[in-house]
Every structure is written in structure tokens, then in C-alpha cells.
Design a protein around this ligand. Structure first.
Ligand code: PLP
Length: 467
């Protein structure tokens, strides 16, 4: 039997670092990454046949649990009808309407294959609409790996401790202005200095790529107010939070948008005419505290297949080709298998699913906190809906974690010790302390018990690492 360590050696000969996305290489925590052979429900199994409780959930898409029978059936059926058409098919419209039904600000949808493409396109659109060059982003927020957004990015960039990326020209980097997260005064200053040149502010609805950080009350509304005052767009990146923190993402939680019962689809009338659609949107958004101009989606929206999207007002979205003058395209965009997976995932992501993930996150964070307290381990747990992450160390415990600088003040060695001890106990955590933890609707109390059983040893390992 091949071990993961052996597979990693072979992979590194064929693929840079042995992986197709850096965080998978475990550079931050050390050791050979697990090579996975299959995943089901709340569990993943490595090529050595060991089963782990999965708290990565493929970085978010697995909301219903891995290999959900209806989702895999939908993909199998779609595959029988052909893997790709390179021509329109009706499920693109179905999925677009399902997105709009849950996220009414996303009035018109364009589908792409990755979150990176979604944010890259959103930025191109913002520059076209405003005729301005600058993009404002927040330090530690991750929006994919396009050139303009790799400045002071979180996620893998944070893990690797790189300043950004080689290969990004100084000119491109100069068009990206970086502001500390949760800092209204700094944002106001940047608008005072450069307001007339700012095309957009892009923000994670709740940052989850420097660990989880919740926006201070009013921070997103402050972004909305300043962008509007200065004629810039607000781009809300819900690639990670969308359809996870609530049916309407973190925006829904925060802006107070949560329909009494979950709309699986748009009302029939709104699917036909522009006027009816606008009327429906207006009614839906009447109570929302703020409405972004463009929202980007990924991860859950493709149900584990490569599909992402951006959505916004028709005045903005219709600037895209072929209607408008902003070019954007994709051979595999709206791929029929990916669309089928996304449709099935959203269809089965009902109220019970959101109750289940919220409850799993609550029980898990409470259980973790109680165990850390019992052992006098200094820690901070940040939570945004069902997303959360743990920061070890005195600084996070005493001062909280509200921005990238504070996230970087955590004790990374303590997390490394915790990660490996949990792994020994059969729990697969994110292999970096700068990533969120993910649960699925299949993380039942019995599954959580397996996590709690591994905890005492892991807490001892943390104590040792903290010295
Ligand atoms: C994952 C992520 C992206 C990038 O999506 P990819 O599909 O990996 O390109 C963008 N923004 C956020 C907030 C993400 O979490």
C-alpha cells in the first residue's frame, strides 16, 4: 500500500510542490499532506484507508456533506447527457434564478468557473462602469489570485508569509490600495485622498481567509456609504460565505435579509419580465440595511464542481459582452455538470440544513472554548454564522482579532501542535491557522463527539507549544 508520504514524493516530481493549490501542501504545519481517496458525509478517507472527521469540507462547498446522494445523482444524470456543450442550456437560467432568489441584489448573473474569475470580472466591470483605475481592498482579505487582488492577500499568501506575489507588475500593484480591515477612519482617509480615482471597494462579506473575522457593526454600511458618496462601486465577495452563513450569505445575516421561508426559486412572474423582476427585487430589498453593487459567488454555488458567479444590477451586469463593451468569456462557463451540482446543492440546502450547520458550529465552538478554558490555554474564537476559527496565544485572547495585524499576532506554533495532535486523533483541520473551519449538515452530535474525544490530547500539545 502506498503511503501519503510516498504519494507526495511522486507528486512533487510531477507538479510544483506536489499540489495544485498551495495550502494543500501543508507548508504551514509541516509534514506530508494526506492524499485523499474518497469523502462521504462528514468524513474523508486517505489512501492508507484511515478515516478522519473533515473540518475543511473542501474549503466550503460541502455544505450538505460529501457525496450527497441527490447531488451525485444529478451530476451522474447530467453526465449521461453530455459533459459540455459550448452552447446555452436551460439549467444555466435555473441556477441563475436560484441565486437571485436567495440573494436579490444579484439581479443578473454571469457564471464563470472559479472565484478568481468572478472577482477579476467584477473589478473589470467596476473600472468600466466608473472609468476609474483604483481598487481598494483590505489587508488579509483574499479574493483569488488575479494580479490586482494579490496585494496583501490572506489565505495561502498569508500562510506562506509572502508579501504578495512575484510576477505582479509594480503598475498593477499601484492600482490596488490596501486598507486595514475594520478601520473606518483609514477607509475615509483613502477616499479623501484618492476618491475621484477609486472604481470600487472589494471586501469579503465577513473575512474568512485570515482566520475568521467579523465586521464591526456598521463597517460594511460604512463601505456602502463612502462608495456611494464618491461614485465608486461596492463589491461584496461572498465566494466563501455565500449560501453558508445563511441562505443569503453573510450579507443576509448582517443586512437583516432573511425571507420567512426559503425561496428555492424566483416567483414565476419574476422569471419572465424585467419589470416584474425589478418589482420583486424592490419588495425583497425594502428592509435590507445595505445593498452591494456586485456580489461574487463560488464554492457552495458549484456544489463541489468548478462553478462560480457574479451578480448585480442590470445597469452594471449588462455592460458585459455580448450586450456591452466589457469582454469576459469561458469555454466551460456554466458547464452542465457543474450547474447540475449547484442546482441540487441549493435545492437541498433548506432550513434544516442551515439549522444543522449553525448548531454544529455552536456546539463545536462552545466545546472547544470550554476545554481551552479548563486547561488555561489562551485563545480567541471568532465566529461568523457557521464559520469560525481558533487563534491561540495571549495577544488574541486579550485584544481580540479584528484585522490582519492582530491575526498575525497569534501563536502559529501552538496551532501546528494542535493540528497534528487532532490529526492523530482522527480529525482533519485546516492545515493553516489563517483559514476558516468548515462544518456540514452531516456534522451531527455523534460526529462532534469524535472531535471532542481527540481534544484533551491536542490541548496538552498546545500547552506544551505555548511553554
Ligand atoms: C476561495 C475564495 C476565492 C477564490 O475562489 P477560487 O475558486 O479558489 O478561485 C475568492 N474569494 C474568496 C472570499 C474566497 O474564499
Amino acid at each position: 500500500m502506498k503511503t501519503s508520504a510516498q504519494a507526495f514524493v511522486q507528486a512533487r516530481a510531477a507538479i510544483p510542490g506536489g499540489v495544485n493549490s498551495p495550502v494543500r501542501a501543508w507548508a504551514a504545519v509541516g509534514g506530508a499532506p494526506l492524499f485523499i481517496s474518497r469523502a462521504r458525509g462528514a468524513y474523508i478517507t486517505d489512501i492508507e484507508g484511515r478515516e478522519y472527521v473533515d473540518l475543511v469540507c473542501t474549503w466550503g462547498p460541502s455544505l450538505l456533506g460529501h457525496a450527497h446522494p441527490q447531488v451525485t445523482a444529478a451530476v451522474r444524470e447530467a453526465a449521461e447527457r453530455g459533459l459540455s456543450f459550448g452552447a446555452p442550456h436551460e439549467n444555466e437560467t435555473v441556477l441563475a434564478n436560484m441565486i437571485t432568489a436567495r440573494m436579490p441584489p444579484a439581479f443578473r448573473i454571469r457564471m464563470v468557473s472559479t472565484g478568481t474569475e468572478a472577482t477579476m470580472t467584477a473589478i473589470r466591470l467596476a473600472r468600466a462602469v466608473t472609468g476609474r483605475p483604483f481598487i481598494v481592498k483590505f489587508a488579509g482579505c483574499y479574493h483569488g489570485h488575479s494580479d490586482s487582488l494579490l496585494v496583501a492577500a490572506g489565505s495561502g499568501v498569508a500562510t506562506q508569509g509572502l508579501p504578495g506575489s512575484a510576477g505582479v507588475t509594480a503598475g498593477t500593484a499601484a492600482d490596488t490600495l490596501v486598507v486595514p480591515y475594520n478601520d473606518e477612519a483609514a477607509l475615509e482617509r483613502v477616499f479623501e485622498e484618492s476618491g475621484a480615482k477609486i472604481a470600487a471597494v472589494i471586501t469579503e462579506s465577513a473575512p474568512a481567509n485570515m482566520g475568521v473575522i467579523t465586521p464591526k457593526p456598521g463597517f460594511n454600511r460604512c463601505i456602502r456609504r463612502l462608495t456611494r458618496e464618491h461614485g465608486a462601486l461596492m463589491i461584496t465577495d461572498e465566494v466563501l460565505t455565500g449560501f453558508r452563513c445563511s441562505p443569503a450569505g453573510y450579507w443576509g445575516l448582517e443586512a437583516g435579509y432573511g425571507p420567512a421561508s426559503l425561496p428555492a426559486y424566483l416567483p414565476a412572474a419574476a422569471m419572465q419580465g424585467e419589470e416584474e423582476r425589478r418589482q420583486w427585487q424592490k419588495t425583497q430589498l425594502a428592509q435590507a440595511q445595505y445593498v452591494p453593487d456586485i456580489i461574487t459567488f463560488g464554492k457552495i454555488v458549484g456544489g463541489g464542481m468548478p462553478l462560480a458567479a457574479l451578480g448585480g444590477a442590470p445597469e452594471i451586469m449588462d455592460r458585459l459582452a455580448p450586450v456591452g463593451d466589457v469582454y469576459q468569456a469561458g469555454t466551460l462557463s456554466g458547464n452542465p455538470l457543474a450547474a447540475a451540482a449547484g442546482i441540487a446543492t441549493l435545492k437541498y440546502a433548506d432550513e434544516a440544513v442551515y439549522r444543522a450547520v449553525d448548531s454544529a458550529a455552536e456546539q463545536l465552538t462552545e466545546g472547544l472554548g470550554a476545554e481551552f478554558d479548563r486547561a488555561s490555554v489562551p485563545f480567541r474564537i471568532n465566529r461568523a454564522g457557521s464559520l469560525f476559527s481558533v487563534f491561540f496565544g495571549r495577544e488574541p485572547a486579550e485584544n481580540g482579532v479584528e484585522n490582519y495585524a492582530q491575526a498575525r499576532a497569534q501563536n502559529t506554533a501552538a496551532y501546528t501542535a494542535f493540528f497534528h495532535a487532532m490529526l492523530d486523533g482522527g480529525v482533519y483541520l485546516p492545515p493553516s491557522c489563517f483559514e476558516a473551519w468548515f462544518v456540514s449538515a452531516r456534522h451531527t452530535p455523534q460526529v462532534l463527539d469524535r472531535i471532542f474525544a481527540a481534544l484533551p490530547n491536542a490541548v496538552n500539545a498546545v500547552k506544551k507549544a505555548l511553554g
